[in-house]
Design a binder for this molecule. Structure first.
Ligand SMILES: C[S@@+](CC[C@H](N)C(=O)[O-])C[C@H]1O[C@@H](n2cnc3c(N)ncnc32)[C@H](O)[C@@H]1O
Length: 216
């Protein structure tokens, strides 16, 4: 049995990106406008957007929740994978990011499918009912990932999808002295996830590494 796989290199990343369904002009414009507006360039990679859209479609999701909206890039990718009555509830603590996202969501082809909920993830998530989502995507402050996962396990129905970004810790996962203060939290979360009851999960090596799990 071949259980070694192939080491994933920067070359593989570029190869995957070049051969994945690309973002459309609207999403490219959104990214440019976000830079002009001073938003940080920390949205998911385009190939990760395609991957999330495929997953929500395969999950037959109608209701998606997200923690960490930024400019709405990932929310739009996911909303495009939903049926006409589908909805993404996305949570954002930074008012400037929420304002930008609302403006661009309103201009998008999925304007009626995305609600931006303003506030901190751990304050807003308790307002979402048990079993009220088919899928969740977590992409915010790393220190709170264990708390977000706990809420996702409550809010996402059995058989639903739970994805969490940045398993590769901004490229600093194996650094001895990482610059980003979130790195120890990512490492601790990566060690926690395989031990969480009620979740079968794997790190998909796209973008910055993305946990993908099914709630049992
Ligand atoms: C990596 S960005 C999200 C990128 C977005 N998912 C995308 O790919 O387009 C993280 C976002 O989480 C927000 N954030 C940070 N801490 C948060 C918190 N405690 N609650 C909600 N949002 C938070 C940040 O303001 C930032 O906009």
């Amino acid at each position: 049995m071949a259980d070694q796989g192939s080491p994933v290199s920067a070359e593989h990343f570029a190869y995957v990106r070049a051969r994945t369904t690309p973002e459309d002009d609207f999403l490219a414009q959104l990214r440019s406008a976000a830079i002009e507006a001073g938003l940080p360039e920390i949205h998911i990679a385009p190939e990760q957007g395609a991957f999330l859209q495929i997953l929500v479609r395969l999950a037959g999701a109608r209701e998606v929740i997200e923690v960490g909206t930024l400019g709405g890039y990932s929310a739009i990718w996911m909303a495009r994978g939903l049926p006409p009555e589908g909805r993404v509830r996305t949570i954002e603590v930074n008012p400037a990011h929420a304002n930008f996202a609302e403006t661009w969501v309103a201009r998008s082809d999925v304007a009626g499918k995305i609600e931006v909920h303003r506030g901190a993830g751990l304050d807003v998530l308790p307002r979402f009912a048990d079993g009220s989502a088919d899928a969740a995507f977590v992409d915010a402050d790393k220190v709170n990932y264990p708390g977000y996962l706990e809420h996702c396990l409550r809010i996402v129905r059995p058989g639903g999808l739970i994805a969490c970004d940045n398993a590769f810790a901004f490229g600093q996962l194996f650094d001895e002295e990482p610059e980003d203060p979130g790195v120890p939290h990512v490492r601790a979360f990566n060690d926690l996830v395989p031990r969480v009851a009620g979740l079968t999960a794997v790190i998909a090596p796209f973008g910055d590494g993305c946990w993908v799990g099914v709630r049992n």
